[in-house]
Structures are given as C-alpha cells and as structure tokens.
Design a protein around this ligand. Structure first.
Ligand code: GAL
Length: 802
C-alpha cells in the first residue's frame, strides 16, 4: 500500500506553524513529581481530566512545593506569555559564590510552565510537534501526564512530538508542563532562566519535509548566474511507502518565480528520503552586508494530486573564501569588522522580543560593523533572521568541546537549524576550552569537525583559542585558526611559525569602560570611557588592551583577516574587574541599553564611511575649574581645530585609527570642534556645560507597534532648560502606561545599579535611562508618560498596527 494513499488520506491541509507563546501559567519553585506517576494517573499538575471521565478514575494526586511543603494548585499560577526569563524578575543578592557572581548576582532556580489547550478533531491524523527554540536549562516536558522529553542544553533548539499523546476534539483539553532547572550554569555570563525563546506548534501531514529538512547551497555563483542546490529530506511517518513528487520553486523578494524543478521520490514506510535538485538563477542579486538580498525556496510535496506539504526556506546567493590574502565575499576583499555578543539586553534579560534582536543588529551596523560572533552558543533564530535581512556576517558558535552523544546532538541542532542562513560564514566549535592543545582535545575536535563538515561542507570550522596553538595537533583539526587576544604577539608568532594557517581574531580588546564616566570611581566600580583600564589595572592588562590597538594592528597585519571585538554590548554577569555591587560587564562598545559609549565613535570613524566628528568628555566639571581635562576627538575628517569659549586651542592633524587629544584647563562654557578635509569633510561639534535638570525627553526607536508582543525601546533623556542632555543627571523617572501595553522592562546601563529591570521606574545614569514599551494586544493605542520630581514630564503615543 502507498503511504500517500493510506495514512494521509484524510489530511488535506498542508503545514501550519503557529505561535505557542501565549496563555501559559508559571510557578517559581520546585515540585516533587515522581517519574512513577504515570500518564493517566496524575491529574492536577501534569494533566487535565479528559472530557466525560468517570469521577474518581482520574486520581487527584496532591503535589507539594519541595521547599515550603505547601500543596501547589496550578489554577492559581501566574499567567504569562513567552518568551520569559524568570531570573531577571528577581532581586540582586550578594553571595560569595563564583557562579552567582559571573551570573550577575541574580538568583537562578527552578520553575514550571503549564499550558492547557485544545486540539480540534480535524487535526487527528496529522503530525503535531512542539518546537522549543531555547529553554534555559535542563528541561523536562510532560504532555497529558507523559514525560516526552528531557533536554539539558540551555541553548540548543529542540522539538517534542506530541501527536500520539494529544486529546483531539471531544476527547478533552491537553496539558503541557515544562520543568526548567536553571540552578546549574553552562557558562560564566548571565544566562537567564526559563522558556526564554519562542515555542511553536507545527502541524503537518504524515508525509512532510523533515525537521530542518531543507539544505540550500549555491555551489557556483557569478553575476550572470547562480547554481542553487536544494537538498530536501522527506519524512514519511506512515506505515507504507510513499511516492512523493518534490517540487522546488525559487521566488524573489516580490514573489516572482525564477526557477523550478521537480522529481519523484519514493520514501519507505517510517523512513526519510532525500531528493537533490539543481536550479539556476539568472543574473542573481548577491547577498552581502551592503546588499542583503534574500530569495525563497518554496518546496511542495504532492502525493498524486494532493498537496501534502509546502515548506519555505529563505536563502541568499553569495560566495566566499578565506585565503592567505584575507576574506573574500563575492570576490571582493572584505575585512571582518566584528563584535562578540552575549544574548541579553536591559529590561528583558535573555527573553528578547524579536524587535530587540533587530535593534541590536541595527545599532552595530550603524557603527560600521559587518560581523557578529554568537558568544558562546547558537543564538535565537530571530537574531540570525535579522542578520540575514539587515546584512551582518555571522560566526555561529557551538557551546562546548564535547563529542559525547549530547555534544554531537547540540552541534547538529545548531548546524541543521542554521545552515541555510546566508549570513553565517563560519562554524565555531568551541571557545577557550581547557583541552585546547591536547591530544584528547584534538580527538574530540576531529569528531566535531567531521560531523560539521558532513552536515555543511560550505563553511569553514574554527574555534576561539587562547592557548595550545603548537601542541596535540589540535589546531590542525580545524579549517581556520581563531585567536583570542593575539595583540601581545601570539598572532604574529603563529603566522611566522605556521604561515599556512589562516587566522582571524575571534576576541579582541575587551577594554573595560563605563558610559559617560571619565575618571575611574573604584567604589562604584566605574572605569573611564577613554579606555585606560587595561593600563591601570594589572589584572586586566594580562589579556585586555585599549580599544584602538586591535584595529591598528589589523591595519598593519592584513593576514589577521578580521577581528571580533569583545564585546559589542555590555552584558549582565562577568562583572570584571570588580564584583559586588557591580553586576555586569564593562567590555561593551555600547552599554546594556544599547547606549553608545565614546569608543562606539572610534569604531564608527574607522569602520563606516559616514562623516563623523565626536568630541568628549562632557563639559560639566564643576569643582575642577582650571584642572586639566583631556579632550579627545574621534573623526574621519582630515584635521580638527578645537575652541574653548571661542578661543582656538590649536589645529591638529587626524590619525584616523587613533584619537587626537588636547589638554584643556577647565572653564565652563563651550567646547567647539571644527573638522575639515578627509572623508568627514566640513563638520562641527559642540559640547556645552549644561544647566540643572529641567525636563524629560522621550526618544522612541519607532512609534508604531507591530501587533501583539512587539516592543519598542525608548531612550529617556534628562534635559536642562536649553534641551541639552545633562550628562551627570541621575533623576529617578517613573513610567505610566495607558492602553493595551506594558513596560517590558527598564534599564540605565549603570553596571552597579541594583534597581530591578522589571519595574515601572528607573534612575537615569549619566543623563539617560531606557523604557521598553510592549503591546498586549493587536490593536489600539498605547500611551507612555514619564515623570520625575521637579522635572517637566513627557508623553508618547504608540499606535498598534498589525
Ligand atoms: C574571554 C572569554 C569571554 C570573556 C572574555 C572577557 O577569555 O572567552 O567569554 O570572558 O574573555 O574578556
């Protein structure tokens, strides 16, 4: 019998994939649920009663909180929508534990998520799967009382096939319960807790494109034509063979059909089959950071006349190559100007609304950056979507040097899930693992690389190394060599000893700075924004350096190919070089809110072609009259003249990859920099001594919320009576929302601020704080009002439009 003719006969609708983020309830704490409580016997927690179930058959087992011993009643749990990070909701707690410190002193723990949902009768016969994009961590998933999955990784996406255990139509409702145990850490940064990425429910015919079952590559690319290779894996989850017609169509961004191919494939019962087709695109538009053009491959599966699946894959057409002359994208030499980043953001922890993923990438792009390293694990899929769409090259990273069954499964999850993204140009196998440079490490690496190559032969492998370059045959197992912090000469030495190895700076600088601070304040754990910390603090000097050094070295040594600055954004946790009360890192070019530090403009002057003249520090130095203040300028002008209150302090020639400096005795008033020549041309920048705080200005990233769950970051500025930002203001701002919205979180970028991020108020840090406005519904108008004692308040209006 034909699987098409039997198992799927009543299935007319092809694939759907819908959000499963809404209407969960949440419990923080641990509950004892013995594995021996079998499906059909546990009622109140892991299941709901089936419809018309005879009274008493469904056992009402009482579950108790392990700590309080109180009985838990899921009816009283807190309602919420995903993504959710329960760690960010807590209060900071000072402890001596290293794990607590590196996690930013926010208590981790255990939580439960539960959702009751119906499945219509007509879905009977389909394959139904829950997709979890990311759960931190150690999760167990029950469906209607049955344990269906245990998943340790906090970063690898996974899915749970719920088909057999669902109740359909009149059989009653369904209950999914997820236990998340985030007591243990996987890294040394803030990792969050909970179901912090999206969950989806996918329904397909029994014959369908397998999970992550398309693999699209472009083996030959020119401006005249591109060959597109489409490898489609078809899963036949019936008990008979299926004869399937696989039809692939390439569509451009406007939906025009560019190319078509079809083939017949017979897939054995309960098996997978692979179909490879080659298509052509004439005069393709090539993907690059400057031209992030995307195409869609629409795959249709037909059994006879019946459409059983339609699956869409976004891809790009581009070619790239790492050579001894550097990195070439579409034949053009491209210096990799990258940043390393963890995944959190102010206000929301690791549970970022999609728009914040895009926001982060946009801020980095505006700086002139063209590459993003996902440190130290695969990111949320929406981040990669943003990189595809906005044009940002990506180094995607596997969490650990681990060739165990779990390690390989995590690596596979990353590569299968991500390999169609044109933005990704390299796979990192690990970061700074202790077994680098050992034979044991080399054996593990060989296994990982072999698997990576099998799943994707188009991208090179590397790892981010900080030792062991010459031993164990470790380095040789990978295609490229990634060096963390090579500025002391490890990179040049390696180049001399192993000239055949192509290098890239996988971590660079790690210069600790605090936004808007110009003299270190050790008791507050603040470092100066000029970037002196590596020279001043011995411990930092071991591996970090001033932010200008790596770029200057790269210009002198093109064999370095490119660099990823540690880090794009400050992130929670790893509060180096201090500890409590410092709760986040200082390594970022931008702070945790995405507010640029001065060094942002160093990179922008060098990495982008936008005319730029940036002058710092601020000019509010009451009490330091006549003291010498160092005034720095970053610019791509040819020369700059500086004036203090109208008097010239001299003209200086610009060295673009460095700063220019004047030593200026402080007098309040106006610093004016006038640039000329060079790329920047004629530019002027004024920094004035401001008056006292007088009002609030709200600067939203956008004013239209795109449906339910969309979020907009709003920069909150404290102004003086001339509308200048008061660079030392710390006023407490209170936020009020009217309409179908909420404050998703607040922040201010202060690495030592112990105020809560899930709050309706925040004090400004050096003149700025942040409120993230999120819509609760798909229509309406949301009003945000900001008030602060003694200041004129401000209001904004956001329309919600789907
Ligand atoms: C590196 C490490 C990163 C981060 C960084 C701070 O050694 O790979 O995760 O800790 O140092 O500079």
């Amino acid at each position: 019998m034909d699987g098409c003719a039997t198992g799927i006969s009543q299935m007319t609708s092809p694939r759907t994939r819908e959000t499963f983020d809404e209407d969960w309830t949440f419990y923080r704490g641990d509950i004892a649920i013995p594995e021996s409580v079998k499906a059909g016997r546990a009622a109140r927690l892991t299941d709901v009663p089936a419809k018309d179930e005879p009274k008493g058959k469904h056992l009402q087992i009482a579950f108790v909180d392990k700590e309080t011993k109180a009985e838990v009643d899921p009816e009283t749990w807190r309602k919420l929508d995903l993504p959710h990070d329960f760690c960010i909701e807590g209060d900071f707690l000072q402890t001596d534990s290293d794990a607590d410190k590196t996690h930013g002193y926010l208590p981790r723990g255990i939580g439960f998520y539960r959702k009751v949902f119906p499945i219509p009768q007509e879905d009977k016969g389909k394959k139904i799967v829950l997709e979890f994009d990311g759960v931190f961590r150690n999760s167990r998933v029950w469906l209607n009382g049955q344990i269906l999955k245990d998943h340790r990784s906090g970063y690898a996406s996974f899915e749970v096939d719920v088909t057999d255990n669902l109740r359909y139509g009149d059989e009653g409702d369904n209950c999914v319960l997820v236990r998340v145990d985030a007591t243990d850490t996987e890294g040394w940064w803030y990792e969050g807790c909970g179901i912090y990425r999206h969950v989806w429910i996918r329904k397909t015919s029994r014959v369908h494109v397998a999970q992550w079952g398309s693999y699209i590559t472009t083996p030959s690319v020119s401006s005249l034509s591109a060959t597109v290779r489409a490898e489609i894996t078809v899963h036949n989850q019936t008990s008979s063979p299926a004869s399937v017609k696989v039809m692939n169509t390439i569509l451009d961004a406007l939906g025009a059909r560019l190319s078509f191919a079809d083939a017949q494939l017979v897939v054995s019962a309960d098996d997978q089959g692979v179909c490879v087709q080659t298509l052509e695109i004439h005069s393709p538009r090539l993907w690059s950071p400057e031209t992030p053009v995307l195409y869609t491959l629409s795959t249709e599966l037909r059994c006879g006349d019946e459409l059983v699946d339609r699956y869409e894959t976004t891809f790009g057409v581009r070619s790239f190559e790492f050579t001894s002359e550097g990195f070439f994208l579409n034949g053009k030499h491209t210096v990799i100007k990258g940043t390393c980043n963890h995944q959190d953001f102010a206000g929301v922890g690791v549970a970022l609304p999609d728009s914040l993923q895009q926001y982060k990438i946009r801020l980095l792009k505006q700086m002139g950056s063209n590459a993003y390293r996902c440190a130290h694990h695969p990111p949320a899929p929406e981040l990669l979507d943003a990189c595809d769409r906005l044009g940002m090259l990506v180094m995607d990273e596997n969490r650990q040097l681990d060739s165990s069954e779990k390690g390989l499964a995590d690596l596979e999850s990353m590569i299968y899930r991500d390999r169609n993204h044109p933005c990704i140009v390299m796979w990192s196998m690990e970061n700074e693992e202790p077994f680098q440079g050992t034979e044991r490490g080399a054996r593990i690496m060989e296994t990982l690389v072999r698997r990576a190559h099998r799943l994707d032969s188009t991208r090179p492998t590397l790892s981010a190394m900080n030792h062991g370059y010459y031993s164990g045959g470790y380095l040789e197992k990978m295609d490229l060599t990634g060096i963390n912090y090579g500025h002391k000469g490890t990179d040049i030495e390696l180049h001399e000893k192993k000239p055949e190895r192509l290098q890239i700076g996988t971590e660079a600088a790690a210069c600790c700075t605090t936004r808007g601070v110009y003299y270190p304040v050790p008791e507050k754990c603040y470092l100066d924004a000029y970037g002196h910390a590596p020279a001043l603090i011995e411990w930092l000097s071991w591996w970090t350096c001033h932010y200008e050094i790596p770029w200057q070295r790269l210009l002198r040594h093109p064999f370095l190919t490119g660099m990823f600055v540690w880090s794009g954004f400050d992130y929670r946790g790893e509060p180096s070089p201090y500890g409590w009360p410092c709760i986040n890192s200082h390594f970022g070019i931008l702070d945790t809110c995405g507010f640029p530090k001065d060094e942002y403009y160093y990179y922008k002057a060098n990495w982008s072609d936008e005319p730029l003249l940036h002058v710092f520090p601020h000019w509010n130095w009451a009490g330091r009259e006549s003291e010498i203040i160092k005034v720095w300028v970053f610019t791509n002008c040819g020369e700059v003249e500086l004036f203090l209150n109208g008097t010239s302090l001299g003209k200086k020639r610009v060295v673009r990859e460095s700063h220019i400096e004047w030593e200026v005795p402080y007098t309040p008033g106006e610093l004016r920099a006038v640039g000329s020549g060079g790329l920047g041309g004629a530019l002027e920048k004024v920094v004035r001594t401001t008056g006292a705080p007088a009002s609030i200005r709200l600067v939203p990233d956008r004013t239209e919320l795109k449906g339910k769950g969309d979020a907009i970051p709003v920069r909150v500025e404290i102004l003086d009576s001339d509308d200048l930002i008061v660079p030392i203001a710390s006023n407490l701002v209170r936020f009020f929302i009217q309409g179908p919205g909420e404050i998703a979180g607040v922040g201010n970028g202060d690495p030592s601020c112990l105020e809560r991020d899930k709050a309706d108020r925040r004090s400004a840090f050096n003149g700025l704080c942040l409120a993230i406005v999120k819509s609760d519904q798909s229509q309406g108008t949301v009003y945000l009002r900001a008030e602060s004692d003694g200041l004129r308040g401000a209001e904004l209006k956001f329309a919600i439009n789907c």
